[in-house]
Design a protein around this ligand. Structure first.
Ligand code: GTP
Ligand code: MG
Length: 148
């Protein structure tokens, strides 16, 4: 089954939104395959966001993502990469639809609560950047027959 990488950013952790956000993703039907609270190093931040290294906000982005713990997750589910991005909402929380995580909890693009991989290539890259193979679990949820 498809997997994606999601990360609750330092603002989401500081605002006590970890439980709420994980609940929304579980409620949707996605399965947690891996999860951990962690401090992102400057090196990891720069590698993770390397596609944005020429953007004027790159320094701010690296400073922000390393400013406190993040909650990193691997989620599994049918079409999870695109569908989790829909649950997350548009990059700018002011334009994100109500009902989405960014639409309900964010107000500025610099502090938009959560990251989600945007393609199969970035999901694979980001999962292996943040997780060891041994941290990703293969198991069945008893309710899966009621989702699929
Ligand atoms: P991620 O899931 O975090 O990758 O967001 P995204 O895929 O919806 O957006 P994108 O990859 O284009 O941008 C990465 C992150 O850079 C965004 O989530 C924002 O937090 C941040 N960002 C984008 N534009 C700006 C900006 O103009 N100013 C600042 N400070 N941050 C920005
Ligand atoms: Mg992105």
């Amino acid at each position: 089954m498809e997997k994606t990488f999601l990360m609750i950013k330092p603002d989401g952790v500081q605002r006590n939104l970890v439980g709420t956000i994980v609940s929304r993703l579980e409620d949707k039907g996605f399965k947690l395959a891996g999860a951990k609270l962690m401090q992102v190093s400057e090196d990891l931040a720069k590698t993770h966001y390397q596609e944005h290294e020429d953007k004027p906000f790159f320094g701010e982005l690296v400073d922000f993502i390393t400013s406190g713990p993040v909650f990193a997750m691997v989620l599994e589910g049918e079409n999870v990469i695109d569908t989790a991005r829909l649950v997350v909402g548009s990059t700018n929380p002011q334009q994100a639809a109500p009902g989405t995580i960014r639409g309900d909890f964010g107000l500025t693009v610099g502090k938009n609560i959560i990251h989600g991989s945007d393609s199969p290539e970035s999901a694979e890259r980001e999962i292996s950047l943040f997780f060891d193979d041994s941290e990703i679990l293969d198991y069945n949820l008893s309710n899966s027959a009621w989702i699929y």
